[in-house]
Design a protein around this ligand. Structure first.
Ligand code: 5AD
Ligand code: SF4
Ligand code: FES
Length: 344
């Protein structure tokens, strides 16, 4: 296979087969060309503006037990918290003051807020003229519909991996089919849908990462977040290798080539592995950053993985920090909501 030719075709036609994606993931010789092609596609389809989303980590309580995640219910080593509704709305107000046009409400998957409480929070934040993204896990179609009616615009739910057996080994008690059902319901209900995967899970193959990328295309995802799996000592995967920065970046760049007009975040996990991880990602296909607007100790307690960046920083500091990094690249912070502008 002529890999250069494949990159060229992907750049112009946005199509690759599973075997072709796998071959590109396998070769290290073409990495720089792949990143450069993804950067050109990013520039051509979504431009030089970078969309910022203010991330509010409003509760670390989780009823699931994903093997890789520090918030898993069996982890007794972290102190659990749940922010009151008024505090969440206050953080959203501050996010608006910092100039963010979107807030992302993220939590573990638990029933510690009633649907009425959640829809009330969404309505109050929508009244501030902000776009609202939810990242609160698997729910029934009726619940998703109620969240949409309350005004939520987008929903993030990573598929984590499309390898069903691996998924069910990594996420005990969870069903891959139900997760796909959630993503389809969210799409049908009119949410902008974000998904994504972890890279470097034990037992994950390059072929299965190729499947992940094709799954995102089939889903017609509006946003895709790709992050390296980072082993957490307080989980059953403390022994695992993980830390696949380069491979994560390649998966992300290939996502940009195949889904040229979507939003792609430079993920926090990337920068947790490498000091300039988000900058490198922004130069390899990414056009979104999600700075943390959670305050105080809660940032540290939202302990998905070790080495998470910004845990000792304030929201104001992160806003200045990320803006200077973006401007240092000759790019600009966007002042609009940053919805996907679908081509064709
Ligand atoms: N390393 C990297 N990412 C992780 N996540 C959970 N645990 C880890 C880890 N150890 C990611 C999952 C989840 C998102 C909120 O955080 O992909 O969807
Ligand atoms: Fe809970 Fe999400 Fe962590 Fe799984 S990845 S344990 S659902 S917070
Ligand atoms: Fe938080 Fe740089 S974005 S310190």
């Amino acid at each position: 296979m002529d890999l250069e030719l494949l990159i060229d075709r992907a750049e112009h036609e946005h199509v690759l087969t599973k075997d072709e994606i796998t071959a590109l993931l396998k070769s290290k010789a073409i990495n720089e060309d792949l990143y450069a092609a993804a950067d050109r596609v990013r520039c051509r389809y979504v431009g030089d503006e970078v969309h910022l989303r203010g991330l509010i980590e409003f509760s670390n309580i989780c009823g699931q037990n994903c093997l890789y995640c520090g918030l898993r219910r069996d982890n007794t080593k972290i102190e659990r918290y749940r922010l009151a509704a008024e505090v969440i709305v206050e953080l959203a107000m501050k996010a608006k003051e910092y100039g963010y046009r979107t807030v992302v409400l993220q939590s573990g998957e638990a029933k510690c807020y009633t649907m009425d409480e959640m829809t009330d929070i969404i309505r109050k934040i929508k009244a501030l003229d902000l776009a609202v993204t939810l990242s609160i896990g698997e729910k029934s179609r009726e619940e998703y519909a109620a969240l949409k009616t309350a005004g939520a615009d987008r929903y993030l739910l990573r598929i984590e991996t499309t390898d069903k057996a691996l998924y069910q080994a990594m996420d005990p008690g969870m069903s891959w089919d139900n997760r796909r059902r959630c993503l389809r319901d969210l799409k049908e209900l009119g949410f902008e849908v974000g998904s994504g995967c972890l890279v470097g899970l034990p037992g994950q193959t390059l072929e299965s990462l190729a499947d992940d990328i094709l799954f995102f295309k089939e889903l017609d995802a509006d946003m895709i977040g790709v992050g390296p799996f980072i082993p957490n000592n307080d989980t059953p995967l403390s022994y695992a290798a993980g830390g696949e920065f380069e491979l994560s970046l390649k998966v992300m760049a290939l996502v940009r080539l195949l889904l040229p007009d979507i939003n792609i975040p430079a993920t926090t996990a990337m920068e947790s592995l490498r000091e300039d991880g988000r900058i490198v990602a922004l130069k390899s296909g990414a056009n979104v950053v999600m700075p943390n607007v959670t305050e105080g100790d809660y940032r540290r307690l939202y302990a998905l993985y070790p080495g998470k960046i910004c845990v000792n920083d304030t929201p104001g500091h992160c806003r200045v920090c990320i803006t200077s990094k973006i401007e240092g690249l000759g790019r600009k912070v966007s002042s609009d909501y940053g919805f996907r502008q679908k081509c064709k």
